[in-house]
Design a protein around this ligand. Structure first.
Ligand SMILES: *Cc1c(COP(=O)(O)O)cnc(C)c1O
Length: 359
């Protein structure tokens, strides 16, 4: 069986065409069943007894995160999502309050930085919003911020950032690096980045349940008290179990094969959509990610297009408003983010539907 067939056959049948993995992938039957079984077990033996029984599964999930990040001695925490992880990191930070990030930084992350009293400095980028590493390294050496926050792959565009290069510059300048891998984890290679902390969401490319996420830090980054708090806060253990099963499935499938396939999916998507009259694909066809964004023809509103694609064609895509990257986006776009199982027919269906709703 091909990777695509294995992926698709592990899931409930799709109703229509799902091209929305950057928002929320389709979970596997095994991940869904694991979370449901845990809830059943809670009812049978008691929630706290069931949590003890789940400990080995949760440990295996933490080990999977260490393996996928090659952060062998990392402390791994389950969160409610990427935003929660950033809130934990910034909330427990006791150093200076300047933080450098990309102009394309995720809007809610910027809001979190502001809430925590950080002054944001923009890193230099090229016309595609890609970090200019040499210019950035110079700026960091000359006037170092207290922290650097890098979103490896944004929510608003498929541009992959040179995270290892900037990590090296951070190390050279002695600046701690926090990495938002909400879109990069289980999609791009997140091994051996050299970050002090890396976080992601479960529901995106990992295809775990909603409402969960993960945070990996170098040992001792989070203060003892914060770690204890995270260990005692009320959580949905069943969802953590579901995420751990999704992580195990990714390891079994072969993370490198998934990454290769997702790159091909991105190129295929952009090739097909590049032919649709009036729509403009923003990324270069070979950008190594499976996120494709499009500007609509003049006078066509991508919010309406997203709604009509669902209602009239059963195709799920994302409307990307400028609030996703308020310092970079000047107009809204439509995002297409298929997983490894997308077919030529799926993309042809989307292309035809875009023509139909754009009329
Ligand atoms: C989705 C996303 C987030 C927020 O993730 P949540 O799990 O919803 O908190 C942060 N950063 C990026 C780049 C994202 O795409």
């Amino acid at each position: 069986m091909s990777l695509a067939e294995r992926w698709r056959s592990a899931r409930p049948p799709v109703a229509g065409v799902h091209l929305d993995s950057a928002a929320c992938s389709r979970q596997s039957l095994a991940a869904i069943d694991a979370a449901a079984s845990h809830a059943r077990h809670e009812a049978e033996v008691g929630g706290y007894v069931a949590a003890e029984a789940a400990a080995p599964t949760l440990d295996a999930g933490r080990a999977a995160v260490r393996a996928l990040t090659a952060m062998a001695d990392a402390e791994v925490f389950f969160t409610t999502g990427s935003g929660h992880a950033l809130d934990i990191l910034l909330g427990s930070w006791t150093g200076g309050r300047t933080i450098a990030c990309l102009p394309g930084e995720y809007g809610p992350n910027l809001a979190s930085m502001a809430r925590h009293g950080f002054d944001v400095r923009e890193l230099p980028v090229d016309g595609a919003g890609r970090l200019d590493v040499d210019a950035a390294a110079g700026a960091l050496a000359e006037n170092p911020p207290a922290l650097l926050h890098l979103t490896v792959l944004g929510s608003h565009r498929g541009t992959v950032q040179p995270v290892r290069e900037i990590a090296a510059a951070c190390r050279a300048a002695g600046i701690p690096l926090f990495v938002d891998a909400a879109q990069a984890f289980a999609h791009l290679d997140c091994a051996s980045i050299g970050a002090d902390a890396l976080y992601s969401s479960s529901r995106k490319w990992t295809a775990g349940p909603r409402g969960v996420g993960l945070l990996a830090t170098r040992p001792g980054l989070l203060p003892e008290l914060e770690q204890q708090r995270l260990g005692h806060v009320e959580v949905n253990v069943g969802l953590h179990v579901g995420l751990c099963v999704a992580l195990g499935e990714l390891l079994a499938l072969g993370p490198a094969d998934v990454r290769t396939q997702l790159c091909e999916v991105g190129a295929l998507t952009r090739t097909v959509l590049g032919e649709v009259a009036g729509w403009q694909v923003i990324e270069h066809v070979d950008e190594p990610s499976a996120i494709t964004t499009l500007y609509p023809p003049d006078g066509v509103d991508p919010l309406t297009v997203r709604a009509r694609l669902i209602a009239e064609h059963s195709i799920v895509t994302t409307y990307v408003g400028t609030e996703r990257a308020p310092r970079e986006m000047s107009r809204p776009a439509l995002r297409i983010s298929p997983h490894v199982d997308v077919t030529d027919d799926d993309l042809a269906t989307l292309a035809a539907a875009l023509v139909a709703v754009g009329r």
